[in-house]
Design a protein around this ligand. Structure first.
Ligand code: SF4
Length: 379
Protein backbone atom coordinates (compact mmCIF):
# COMPACT_ATOMS: atom_id res chain seq x y z
CA UNK A 1 0.00 0.00 0.00
CA UNK A 2 1.39 3.46 -0.92
CA UNK A 3 1.76 5.95 1.92
CA UNK A 4 -0.36 9.10 1.68
CA UNK A 5 1.63 12.23 0.88
CA UNK A 6 1.37 15.12 3.35
CA UNK A 7 0.76 17.54 0.51
CA UNK A 8 -2.27 17.06 -1.69
CA UNK A 9 -1.12 19.83 -4.04
CA UNK A 10 2.43 20.97 -4.80
CA UNK A 11 2.90 24.03 -7.00
CA UNK A 12 6.32 24.99 -8.34
CA UNK A 13 7.26 28.09 -10.36
CA UNK A 14 3.78 28.33 -11.81
CA UNK A 15 3.16 31.07 -14.37
CA UNK A 16 0.21 32.11 -16.48
CA UNK A 17 0.76 34.87 -19.02
CA UNK A 18 -2.12 35.99 -21.21
CA UNK A 19 -0.83 37.32 -24.54
CA UNK A 20 -1.73 40.87 -25.64
CA UNK A 21 -2.14 40.91 -29.41
CA UNK A 22 -2.48 43.63 -32.02
CA UNK A 23 -3.80 43.56 -35.58
CA UNK A 24 -7.03 42.40 -37.20
CA UNK A 25 -6.04 40.09 -40.02
CA UNK A 26 -2.55 39.21 -38.88
CA UNK A 27 -2.31 39.23 -35.12
CA UNK A 28 1.04 39.63 -33.42
CA UNK A 29 1.84 39.50 -29.76
CA UNK A 30 2.96 42.83 -28.34
CA UNK A 31 3.10 41.87 -24.68
CA UNK A 32 1.57 39.70 -21.99
CA UNK A 33 -0.53 40.12 -18.88
CA UNK A 34 1.46 38.32 -16.19
CA UNK A 35 -1.50 37.18 -14.13
CA UNK A 36 0.53 34.57 -12.22
CA UNK A 37 4.28 34.91 -12.36
CA UNK A 38 6.34 32.19 -10.72
CA UNK A 39 4.58 31.08 -7.56
CA UNK A 40 5.37 28.03 -5.42
CA UNK A 41 3.38 26.65 -2.52
CA UNK A 42 1.95 23.43 -1.09
CA UNK A 43 -1.55 22.60 0.09
CA UNK A 44 -1.44 20.13 2.95
CA UNK A 45 -3.97 17.34 3.05
CA UNK A 46 -7.01 18.34 5.13
CA UNK A 47 -6.01 21.98 5.69
CA UNK A 48 -7.62 25.21 4.55
CA UNK A 49 -5.22 27.42 2.64
CA UNK A 50 -6.32 31.01 2.09
CA UNK A 51 -5.33 33.08 -0.95
CA UNK A 52 -5.77 36.82 -0.35
CA UNK A 53 -4.91 40.01 -2.16
CA UNK A 54 -6.45 42.89 -4.04
CA UNK A 55 -8.51 42.42 -7.19
CA UNK A 56 -6.28 41.47 -10.11
CA UNK A 57 -3.47 39.97 -8.01
CA UNK A 58 -3.87 36.51 -9.60
CA UNK A 59 -5.90 34.62 -6.95
CA UNK A 60 -8.63 33.38 -9.27
CA UNK A 61 -6.18 32.56 -12.07
CA UNK A 62 -4.21 30.46 -9.57
CA UNK A 63 -7.40 28.64 -8.58
CA UNK A 64 -8.23 27.86 -12.20
CA UNK A 65 -4.70 26.59 -12.80
CA UNK A 66 -5.00 24.22 -9.82
CA UNK A 67 -7.98 22.46 -11.39
CA UNK A 68 -6.67 22.91 -14.95
CA UNK A 69 -9.52 25.11 -16.13
CA UNK A 70 -6.55 27.09 -17.49
CA UNK A 71 -3.38 25.71 -19.04
CA UNK A 72 -0.24 27.07 -17.34
CA UNK A 73 2.38 28.96 -19.35
CA UNK A 74 5.11 27.18 -17.37
CA UNK A 75 5.72 25.47 -14.04
CA UNK A 76 4.25 22.35 -12.49
CA UNK A 77 1.24 21.42 -10.39
CA UNK A 78 1.37 18.05 -8.67
CA UNK A 79 -2.02 16.79 -7.54
CA UNK A 80 -1.72 13.83 -5.20
CA UNK A 81 1.76 13.24 -6.62
CA UNK A 82 0.70 13.39 -10.26
CA UNK A 83 1.76 16.18 -12.62
CA UNK A 84 -1.44 17.68 -14.02
CA UNK A 85 0.12 20.77 -15.59
CA UNK A 86 1.06 19.08 -18.84
CA UNK A 87 -1.94 16.77 -19.14
CA UNK A 88 -4.06 16.95 -22.28
CA UNK A 89 -7.62 18.24 -21.90
CA UNK A 90 -9.13 14.85 -22.76
CA UNK A 91 -7.37 13.22 -19.81
CA UNK A 92 -8.59 15.70 -17.19
CA UNK A 93 -11.86 13.94 -16.34
CA UNK A 94 -10.34 11.97 -13.47
CA UNK A 95 -8.79 15.16 -12.03
CA UNK A 96 -12.12 16.97 -12.12
CA UNK A 97 -13.63 14.13 -10.16
CA UNK A 98 -11.17 14.85 -7.35
CA UNK A 99 -10.92 18.66 -7.51
CA UNK A 100 -13.97 20.90 -7.75
CA UNK A 101 -14.71 24.62 -7.53
CA UNK A 102 -17.37 26.78 -5.93
CA UNK A 103 -17.68 30.04 -7.84
CA UNK A 104 -18.20 33.59 -6.66
CA UNK A 105 -21.50 34.46 -8.28
CA UNK A 106 -24.05 31.81 -7.31
CA UNK A 107 -26.49 32.97 -9.97
CA UNK A 108 -24.32 33.19 -13.08
CA UNK A 109 -22.66 29.85 -12.27
CA UNK A 110 -26.04 28.05 -12.45
CA UNK A 111 -27.91 27.42 -15.72
CA UNK A 112 -31.23 29.34 -15.31
CA UNK A 113 -33.03 26.96 -17.71
CA UNK A 114 -32.30 23.84 -15.69
CA UNK A 115 -33.95 22.65 -12.52
CA UNK A 116 -31.91 22.39 -9.36
CA UNK A 117 -32.16 18.62 -9.53
CA UNK A 118 -30.58 18.46 -12.98
CA UNK A 119 -27.91 21.06 -12.07
CA UNK A 120 -26.73 19.06 -9.05
CA UNK A 121 -26.93 15.82 -11.05
CA UNK A 122 -24.69 17.21 -13.84
CA UNK A 123 -21.47 15.63 -12.46
CA UNK A 124 -23.22 12.23 -12.35
CA UNK A 125 -24.30 12.61 -15.99
CA UNK A 126 -20.76 13.58 -17.05
CA UNK A 127 -19.10 10.73 -15.15
CA UNK A 128 -21.81 8.13 -15.84
CA UNK A 129 -22.75 7.55 -12.20
CA UNK A 130 -26.14 6.71 -10.64
CA UNK A 131 -27.64 5.98 -14.07
CA UNK A 132 -31.10 4.96 -12.88
CA UNK A 133 -33.44 7.96 -12.65
CA UNK A 134 -34.78 7.06 -9.20
CA UNK A 135 -31.32 6.34 -7.83
CA UNK A 136 -29.94 9.65 -9.19
CA UNK A 137 -32.88 11.62 -7.79
CA UNK A 138 -32.45 10.03 -4.38
CA UNK A 139 -28.74 10.83 -4.35
CA UNK A 140 -29.37 14.47 -5.39
CA UNK A 141 -32.01 14.89 -2.70
CA UNK A 142 -29.58 13.53 -0.10
CA UNK A 143 -27.07 16.14 -1.24
CA UNK A 144 -29.70 18.90 -1.06
CA UNK A 145 -30.50 17.88 2.49
CA UNK A 146 -26.81 17.78 3.38
CA UNK A 147 -26.22 21.37 2.28
CA UNK A 148 -29.38 22.67 3.98
CA UNK A 149 -31.77 22.80 1.01
CA UNK A 150 -35.27 21.36 1.09
CA UNK A 151 -35.17 18.15 -1.02
CA UNK A 152 -38.76 18.83 -2.09
CA UNK A 153 -37.47 21.80 -4.10
CA UNK A 154 -35.80 19.36 -6.51
CA UNK A 155 -37.81 20.63 -9.50
CA UNK A 156 -37.43 24.35 -8.83
CA UNK A 157 -35.32 26.73 -10.94
CA UNK A 158 -32.36 28.84 -9.69
CA UNK A 159 -34.35 32.12 -9.82
CA UNK A 160 -36.76 30.70 -7.21
CA UNK A 161 -33.98 30.59 -4.59
CA UNK A 162 -32.28 33.31 -2.53
CA UNK A 163 -28.58 34.15 -3.00
CA UNK A 164 -27.50 31.99 -0.06
CA UNK A 165 -29.60 29.05 -1.26
CA UNK A 166 -28.13 29.38 -4.76
CA UNK A 167 -24.65 29.19 -3.30
CA UNK A 168 -25.72 26.02 -1.46
CA UNK A 169 -26.77 24.58 -4.84
CA UNK A 170 -23.27 25.38 -6.12
CA UNK A 171 -21.74 23.67 -3.09
CA UNK A 172 -23.96 20.59 -3.54
CA UNK A 173 -22.87 20.29 -7.17
CA UNK A 174 -19.22 20.69 -6.17
CA UNK A 175 -19.32 17.92 -3.54
CA UNK A 176 -21.47 15.53 -5.59
CA UNK A 177 -18.45 13.47 -6.66
CA UNK A 178 -16.91 13.56 -3.17
CA UNK A 179 -13.74 15.38 -4.28
CA UNK A 180 -10.52 15.54 -2.29
CA UNK A 181 -9.96 19.24 -3.04
CA UNK A 182 -12.54 22.01 -2.99
CA UNK A 183 -11.58 25.45 -4.23
CA UNK A 184 -13.92 28.19 -3.07
CA UNK A 185 -13.36 31.33 -5.14
CA UNK A 186 -14.83 34.27 -3.20
CA UNK A 187 -17.82 32.08 -2.25
CA UNK A 188 -19.50 34.62 0.02
CA UNK A 189 -18.52 38.02 -1.34
CA UNK A 190 -21.86 38.43 -3.16
CA UNK A 191 -23.92 37.53 -0.06
CA UNK A 192 -25.31 39.42 2.95
CA UNK A 193 -23.24 39.22 6.15
CA UNK A 194 -25.60 36.88 8.02
CA UNK A 195 -25.87 34.59 4.97
CA UNK A 196 -22.08 34.66 4.57
CA UNK A 197 -21.73 33.15 8.04
CA UNK A 198 -24.12 30.32 7.18
CA UNK A 199 -22.29 29.43 3.97
CA UNK A 200 -18.88 29.59 5.69
CA UNK A 201 -20.10 27.32 8.47
CA UNK A 202 -21.49 24.96 5.86
CA UNK A 203 -18.08 24.75 4.15
CA UNK A 204 -16.35 24.09 7.48
CA UNK A 205 -18.83 21.37 8.39
CA UNK A 206 -18.49 19.66 5.02
CA UNK A 207 -14.72 19.84 5.31
CA UNK A 208 -14.87 18.10 8.68
CA UNK A 209 -17.34 15.45 7.58
CA UNK A 210 -15.75 14.67 4.22
CA UNK A 211 -12.07 15.23 5.08
CA UNK A 212 -11.86 17.87 2.35
CA UNK A 213 -8.81 19.96 1.59
CA UNK A 214 -9.95 23.53 1.03
CA UNK A 215 -8.40 26.41 -0.91
CA UNK A 216 -10.29 29.51 0.12
CA UNK A 217 -9.96 32.66 -1.96
CA UNK A 218 -11.10 36.01 -0.65
CA UNK A 219 -10.17 39.66 -0.42
CA UNK A 220 -11.90 39.83 3.00
CA UNK A 221 -9.16 39.30 5.57
CA UNK A 222 -11.55 38.93 8.49
CA UNK A 223 -13.22 35.97 6.80
CA UNK A 224 -9.93 34.37 5.82
CA UNK A 225 -8.65 34.72 9.39
CA UNK A 226 -11.30 32.39 10.69
CA UNK A 227 -11.52 29.98 7.81
CA UNK A 228 -7.89 29.20 7.12
CA UNK A 229 -5.03 27.31 8.74
CA UNK A 230 -2.45 29.02 6.51
CA UNK A 231 -2.65 32.08 4.32
CA UNK A 232 -0.78 33.12 1.16
CA UNK A 233 -0.84 36.83 0.35
CA UNK A 234 -0.59 37.65 -3.36
CA UNK A 235 0.45 40.89 -5.04
CA UNK A 236 0.67 41.36 -8.81
CA UNK A 237 0.97 37.67 -9.63
CA UNK A 238 3.47 36.81 -6.86
CA UNK A 239 3.14 35.33 -3.39
CA UNK A 240 4.66 37.95 -1.07
CA UNK A 241 3.95 36.26 2.28
CA UNK A 242 2.96 32.76 3.37
CA UNK A 243 2.36 31.90 7.01
CA UNK A 244 0.04 30.18 9.43
CA UNK A 245 -3.12 32.18 9.97
CA UNK A 246 -2.22 33.06 13.58
CA UNK A 247 1.31 34.18 12.70
CA UNK A 248 0.18 36.24 9.75
CA UNK A 249 -2.48 38.12 11.67
CA UNK A 250 -0.42 38.77 14.78
CA UNK A 251 2.99 39.45 13.27
CA UNK A 252 2.88 40.15 9.52
CA UNK A 253 6.34 40.63 8.05
CA UNK A 254 5.60 42.00 4.57
CA UNK A 255 4.63 45.70 4.42
CA UNK A 256 1.80 44.87 2.00
CA UNK A 257 0.29 42.38 4.47
CA UNK A 258 0.69 44.97 7.23
CA UNK A 259 -1.16 47.57 5.13
CA UNK A 260 -3.99 45.14 4.32
CA UNK A 261 -4.42 44.24 7.99
CA UNK A 262 -4.18 47.85 9.03
CA UNK A 263 -7.20 48.58 6.82
CA UNK A 264 -9.40 46.03 8.65
CA UNK A 265 -11.86 47.86 10.95
CA UNK A 266 -11.39 47.38 14.69
CA UNK A 267 -14.62 46.96 16.73
CA UNK A 268 -13.24 48.70 19.85
CA UNK A 269 -11.94 52.18 18.91
CA UNK A 270 -10.67 52.70 22.48
CA UNK A 271 -8.39 49.69 22.16
CA UNK A 272 -5.32 51.80 21.38
CA UNK A 273 -4.17 54.41 18.89
CA UNK A 274 -2.79 52.94 15.72
CA UNK A 275 -0.76 54.34 12.87
CA UNK A 276 -2.63 53.03 9.87
CA UNK A 277 -0.46 52.11 6.92
CA UNK A 278 -2.64 53.39 4.11
CA UNK A 279 -1.96 52.06 0.64
CA UNK A 280 -1.83 54.85 -1.92
CA UNK A 281 -2.20 54.59 -5.67
CA UNK A 282 -3.61 51.82 -7.79
CA UNK A 283 -2.16 48.38 -8.30
CA UNK A 284 0.26 48.69 -11.26
CA UNK A 285 -0.65 46.92 -14.49
CA UNK A 286 0.25 43.22 -14.53
CA UNK A 287 1.19 43.77 -18.19
CA UNK A 288 4.03 46.02 -17.07
CA UNK A 289 4.82 45.28 -13.41
CA UNK A 290 7.46 47.37 -11.59
CA UNK A 291 11.02 46.03 -11.68
CA UNK A 292 12.62 44.24 -8.71
CA UNK A 293 10.14 44.35 -5.80
CA UNK A 294 6.74 44.81 -7.44
CA UNK A 295 5.41 46.55 -4.35
CA UNK A 296 8.08 49.29 -4.26
CA UNK A 297 5.86 51.89 -5.99
CA UNK A 298 3.42 51.79 -3.05
CA UNK A 299 5.61 50.69 -0.15
CA UNK A 300 6.27 53.04 2.75
CA UNK A 301 9.57 51.27 3.47
CA UNK A 302 10.95 51.21 -0.08
CA UNK A 303 14.67 51.88 -0.48
CA UNK A 304 17.08 51.82 -3.41
CA UNK A 305 17.74 48.08 -3.05
CA UNK A 306 14.01 47.41 -3.50
CA UNK A 307 14.12 49.09 -6.93
CA UNK A 308 17.10 47.14 -8.20
CA UNK A 309 16.94 43.66 -6.69
CA UNK A 310 13.95 41.35 -6.49
CA UNK A 311 13.47 40.00 -2.94
CA UNK A 312 13.15 36.21 -2.80
CA UNK A 313 10.55 34.58 -0.61
CA UNK A 314 12.38 33.16 2.39
CA UNK A 315 11.86 32.28 6.04
CA UNK A 316 11.58 35.33 8.30
CA UNK A 317 11.28 33.49 11.61
CA UNK A 318 8.73 31.04 12.98
CA UNK A 319 6.76 29.58 10.11
CA UNK A 320 6.53 32.84 8.18
CA UNK A 321 7.95 33.22 4.69
CA UNK A 322 8.03 36.65 3.05
CA UNK A 323 9.57 38.31 0.02
CA UNK A 324 10.96 41.57 1.42
CA UNK A 325 14.39 43.15 1.91
CA UNK A 326 13.21 45.18 4.92
CA UNK A 327 10.41 43.26 6.67
CA UNK A 328 8.23 44.90 9.32
CA UNK A 329 9.74 45.07 12.79
CA UNK A 330 7.86 44.32 16.00
CA UNK A 331 7.67 48.06 16.75
CA UNK A 332 6.13 48.81 13.35
CA UNK A 333 3.59 46.03 13.78
CA UNK A 334 2.71 47.34 17.26
CA UNK A 335 2.09 50.81 15.82
CA UNK A 336 0.00 49.63 12.88
CA UNK A 337 -1.82 46.81 14.64
CA UNK A 338 -1.90 47.55 18.39
CA UNK A 339 -2.88 44.52 20.44
CA UNK A 340 -2.03 41.99 17.78
CA UNK A 341 1.72 41.77 18.21
CA UNK A 342 1.25 40.76 21.86
CA UNK A 343 -0.05 37.45 20.64
CA UNK A 344 3.14 36.85 18.75
CA UNK A 345 4.48 34.35 21.24
CA UNK A 346 1.44 32.16 20.68
CA UNK A 347 1.68 32.57 16.95
CA UNK A 348 5.32 31.57 16.79
CA UNK A 349 4.33 28.23 18.31
CA UNK A 350 3.84 27.24 14.68
CA UNK A 351 1.32 25.88 12.27
CA UNK A 352 -1.58 23.96 13.72
CA UNK A 353 -2.98 21.27 11.48
CA UNK A 354 -6.41 21.63 13.02
CA UNK A 355 -8.87 22.47 10.30
CA UNK A 356 -11.82 23.17 12.55
CA UNK A 357 -12.92 26.58 13.70
CA UNK A 358 -11.93 27.28 17.31
CA UNK A 359 -13.61 29.52 19.89
CA UNK A 360 -10.25 31.09 20.80
CA UNK A 361 -10.12 32.53 17.32
CA UNK A 362 -13.60 33.95 17.77
CA UNK A 363 -12.57 35.78 20.91
CA UNK A 364 -10.24 38.01 18.90
CA UNK A 365 -12.85 38.57 16.25
CA UNK A 366 -13.02 42.17 15.09
CA UNK A 367 -16.23 42.00 13.12
CA UNK A 368 -19.84 41.03 13.50
CA UNK A 369 -19.41 38.41 10.84
CA UNK A 370 -16.87 36.55 12.89
CA UNK A 371 -19.17 36.20 15.85
CA UNK A 372 -21.87 35.03 13.49
CA UNK A 373 -19.52 32.45 12.05
CA UNK A 374 -18.87 30.96 15.44
CA UNK A 375 -22.36 31.01 16.81
CA UNK A 376 -24.90 30.63 14.07
CA UNK A 377 -25.91 27.22 12.87
CA UNK A 378 -25.82 26.61 9.15
CA UNK A 379 -29.52 26.17 8.73
FE1 SF4 B 1 8.84 47.37 0.56
FE2 SF4 B 1 11.36 46.99 -0.16
FE3 SF4 B 1 10.07 45.09 1.17
FE4 SF4 B 1 9.44 45.62 -1.35
S1 SF4 B 1 11.37 44.80 -0.61
S2 SF4 B 1 8.02 45.28 0.31
S3 SF4 B 1 9.70 47.83 -1.42
S4 SF4 B 1 10.60 47.12 1.91
Amino acid sequence: MTALRDNLVEVRDLTKHFPITQGIIVQRQIGAVKAVDGISFDVKRGETLGLVGETGCGKSTTARLLVRLLHPTSGTVLFDGEDISSRKRATLKSLHRQAQMVFQDPYSSLNPRKTVGSIIAEPYAIHGLYKGEGERKQRVQELMDRVGLNPEHYNRYPHEFSGGQRQRIGVARAIALEPKLLIADEPVSALDVSIQAQVLNLLKRLQREMGLTLVFISHDLSVVRHMCDRVAVMYLGKIVELASSDALYTYPRHPYTGALLSAVPVPDPTGGKRERAILTGDVPSPANPPRACRFHTRCLKAQELCRTEEPLIENKGGDTEAACHFPLTEEEVSEQLPGRSSARADASAGYSSSSTYSDSRASSSPLLLQSLISRKSER
